[in-house]
Design a protein around this ligand. Structure first.
Ligand SMILES: *Cc1c(COP(=O)(O)O)cnc(C)c1O
Length: 391
């Protein structure tokens, strides 16, 4: 093979859909080797199978999650689809248990795809007073004997932190595999594979890419057998990330840690600002001593932070008053803080909770905020000013 040498320090964007295979013998060889699960094939064949730019971005994720494998996909949802596919075998009829306070898209997926189309028995484990009770979890495990347990490290939008180490231990002792969605916590706060999680997934659309300009997902794991099945699924279903997005992710992920740490710091500042403001009735931030998950967060995350999401609710005597305050806040910040249905962007973005999760959280005074990494003084002035207007 002729080596093309350009002294670039990065893997460039290889946009080839199919790669050159030189002659009939090499082609035959390449396809014979292509079992779909080789880590480093001698030759690339086709970008839906494997692409060098994607592999290079995967290596960045592996460093962060300290995993043996990372598979990039076109979205967080396709990472979830790939991850659960590994546990879906014909003839296995055990039910799957999903912690209930997970990403809305994941709930839609479990309902519409897993339950209604694939006929999987899906159950949900609900928190009580914003805490997932582990004794209740033990009872549910014994009763349902699920084959799979699915949990988010920090829940959405009320930011429940659960003792992952215990959940994983308990699930394993009852024979269930565990998938953790680590999008909100990120490997800066915890690495679920180190607690024995079977698979960790991320929406790389969020903190990993961190600029609101890529839709991507990733699935990490250490178990060769599981991961090889996932490689096969990604290949046959076509969930592979595009080389252009992989290139941008590969670059943007290099600043992930700095960005996330700055966002966590801003989240702490915002949560304190909110707690002390008379127009605000409730603040959900695991860093606050009053948050139901504070102790668990301290235990699980040590001194690494409490995450970069803050949810808060305006007070008021009536629903209308709380709604008016929310709307006045949204209007007051609109020059710099926009309503954008995502998180982890460079700039602070918000979501009115009732507009999205109204069935579960009907209070119209609640806002979910994803702090960016703007200058703190500037951010503080914007938010304080808007809170004063909401009084
Ligand atoms: C956004 C998100 C997803 C889905 O990711 P996409 O990249 O939008 O497909 C899954 N889990 C969590 C926690 C998310 O925030």
């Amino acid at each position: 093979m002729k080596k093309k040498t350009v002294n670039s320090s990065r893997t460039p964007v290889y946009r080839d859909a199919g790669f050159e295979l030189y002659d009939a013998g090499t082609t035959k060889d390449a396809f014979a080797r292509e079992t779909g699960n080789e880590r480093e094939p001698e030759l690339y064949i086709y970008s839906r199978y494997r692409n060098p730019t994607v592999v290079s971005a995967e290596e960045e994720v592996m460093k962060l999650e300290e995993s043996e494998w990372a598979l990039l996909t076109q979205s967080g949802m396709s990472a979830i689809d790939t991850a659960v596919s590994v546990f879906q075998k014909t003839g296995i009829t055990s039910s799957w248990l999903f912690f209930s306070e997970i990403y809305g898209g994941t709930i839609s997926y479990t309902e519409s795809i897993l339950k209604n189309r694939r006929g999987i028995r899906v159950s949900y484990f609900n928190p009580v007073n914003e805490v997932y009770d582990l004794d209740a979890f033990a009872a549910v495990l014994r009763e349902l004997r699920p084959g799979l347990v699915y949990i988010e490290a920090i829940s959405n939008p009320m930011l429940i932190v659960t003792d992952l180490q215990k959940v994983i231990e308990m699930a394993h002792s009852e024979g269930a595999a565990v998938i953790v969605d680590n999008t909100f916590a990120t490997p800066v706060l915890c690495k679920p594979l180190s607690f024995g999680a079977d698979i960790v997934i991320h929406s790389a659309t969020k903190y990993f890419s961190g600029h609101g300009n890529i839709t991507a997902g990733v699935m990490c794991g250490n178990d060769d057998s599981l991961m090889k099945q996932a490689v096969e699924y990604r290949k046959y279903v076509g969930h592979m990330l595009s080389p252009d997005d992989a290139y941008r992710l590969q670059t943007q992920i290099q600043s992930f840690r700095l960005r996330f740490e700055a966002q966590c710091r801003n989240a702490v500042g915002i949560s304190e600002l909110l707690v002390h403001h008379p127009s605000v009735e409730k603040v959900w931030y695991p860093g606050l001593p009053g948050h139901p998950s504070h102790q668990t967060a301290l235990r699980l995350f040590g001194n690494r932070g409490f995450g970069a999401m803050v949810t808060f609710g305006f007070g008021g005597k009536s629903e209308k008053e709380r709604k008016d305050r929310r709307d006045s806040f949204i209007k007051a910040v609109s020059g710099s803080i926009k309503i954008i249905p995502s998180l982890g962007d460079p700039r602070t973005i918000i979501m009115p909770v009732e507009s999205v999760w109204g069935a579960k959280y009907p209070d119209p005074g609640i806002i979910r905020m994803s702090p960016g990494f703007e200058d703190w003084q500037e951010m503080k002035d914007t938010i304080s000013g808007a809170l004063d207007k909401a009084l």
